[in-house]
Design a protein around this ligand. Structure first.
Ligand SMILES: C[S@@+](CC[C@H](N)C(=O)[O-])C[C@H]1O[C@@H](n2cnc3c(N)ncnc32)[C@H](O)[C@@H]1O
Ligand code: SF4
Ligand code: SF4
Length: 378
């Protein structure tokens, strides 16, 4: 007998969110106040009291270290990580972060969306009052129905990684044929919902030896998709990226880098708002060892708390976790003397200098802030 069962798929629900309630608007305002207070305390820490303890406000949650791509620049996919935090454990982490007054959660990995319960974790954060929920993704499983789930769960900001302007170049970095088309479709899908959901969409390109000359074409792609282009600076010093194959891909050619950056700088100066600021672009050669490295304090390491997929906490992008929240509470970790000592050291860049979120570090300086603001006003 033949099976005549028909599976009826429900249509993805893209109902735009209702207008924020008074309580939600108050929460957004309170989060802004917390952020301003954080920056003010950091200024005191930099200029007056180097040992001042300023608690982090944003958590980077590595829902999994495993992945569905095989990027030459990354180490995540090369081993299979087991015993990752369960849904109940992630809910408990989020409860603790809410109680500590964290203002934003970034969901990342590995590829966070390969966890089927990723949206359950995200919607728990929403139910605990978090308004600012961000996702880093390669976009591979972000089809129409998964995007609807992710938006209903509460994500309002996306970084989607694209490492080349064509299928040939992107797929060769990402280690999978067809990845480019799937990821670009995902970006178009997110952009189509941008106005309804008030989304922020950024395309992240990792600068490597093999793709640096393609930066001008990436700028064209960003303009065509109407998304901001962010340049990750290829590194092999952070826990995600330590591998000889990664190191081999970081031998960026100085002439190629400078020529590509000159094109972007010219376009950024002329007002292309999809591109990084001139100040961001000028920071990049120093990271790759060409010319002086701008040693601004690392605000990123102060703002973020890293929570790894197996419960490790602490350090920053370039430093391994020193504690585990399967053994201690988040509060006891961040208020403990070891974390505080490490936190102070990382602020003054006594570290492996990974280059993560250099853009935030530059924007926290008066000149960087002025450039970013004047661009918004243009
Ligand atoms: C580790 S991934 C996790 C999120 C997701 N799987 C993705 O690819 O977007 C986070 C970001 O790191 C970037 N990245 C990969 N290899 C890197 C490297 N060696 N140095 C700096 N950033 C890198 C990725 O392109 C991505 O934008
Ligand atoms: S960069 Fe992202 S997509 Fe690529 S292997 Fe690493 S975690 Fe996976
Ligand atoms: S630049 Fe240094 S302190 Fe900042 S995140 Fe990287 S390793 Fe940590």
């Amino acid at each position: 007998m033949t099976d005549t069962t028909v599976t009826i798929r429900s249509r993805p629900d893209f109902t735009p969110p209702p207008r924020p309630t008074r309580r939600e608007r108050m929460r957004t305002m309170l989060d802004r106040v917390r952020l301003i207070r954080f920056l003010a305390l950091l200024a005191v820490k930099e200029h007056v009291m180097p040992d001042l303890h300023v608690r982090p406000l944003v958590a980077e949650l590595f829902l999994t270290d495993n992945c569905n791509l095989n990027c030459v620049s990354c180490n995540c996919w090369r081993t299979h990580t087991r015993d990752e935090l369960s849904l109940a454990e992630w809910r408990s982490v989020i409860d603790q972060l809410a109680d500590l007054g964290f203002v934003k959660l970034n969901f990342t990995g590995g590829e966070a969306l390969i966890r089927r319960d990723a949206c359950d974790v995200i919607s728990h954060a929403r139910s605990r009052g978090f308004r600012d929920l961000h996702l880093n993704t390669n976009g591979i499983v972000l089809d129409e129905s998964r995007l609807a789930e992710v938006l209903q769960a509460g994500i309002r900001s996306f970084n989607v990684s694209v490492d080349g302007p064509t299928a040939e170049t992107h797929d060769s970095v990402r280690g999978r044929d067809g990845a480019f088309d799937v990821t670009i479709d995902a970006i178009r899908r997110i952009v189509a919902r941008r106005d309804d959901f008030g989304l922020t969409v950024q395309m992240n390109f990792t600068v490597l030896a093999g793709n640096v000359s393609l930066l001008p074409a990436m700028a064209d792609l960003a303009a065509e998709l109407d998304v901001d282009l962010y340049l990750n600076l290829g590194t092999d010093t952070t826990f995600l990226f330590r591998h000889p194959e990664v190191t081999a891909n970081l031998d960026v050619d100085e002439a190629q880098l400078r020529a590509a950056l000159a094109v972007l700088e010219e376009r950024s100066r002329r007002g292309d708002r999809h591109l990084p600021t001139v100040r961001d672009l000028r920071y990049i050669p120093g990271h790759f060892g060409f010319g002086r490295l701008d040693l601004v304090p690392c605000v990123e390491s102060q703002l973020k708390l890293m929570v790894h997929s197996t419960g490790g906490v602490g350090g920053c992008w370039g430093h391994d976790p020193s504690f585990n929240l399967r053994e201690r509470s988040v509060r006891s970790i961040v208020d403990g003397p070891e974390y505080r000592e490490e936190h102070a050291r990382l602020f003054r860049k006594d570290c492996v200098r990974c280059g993560s979120n250099y853009s935030l570090n530059l924007r926290a300086r008066p000149a960087g802030l002025a450039e970013a603001l004047s661009r918004r006003l243009r």
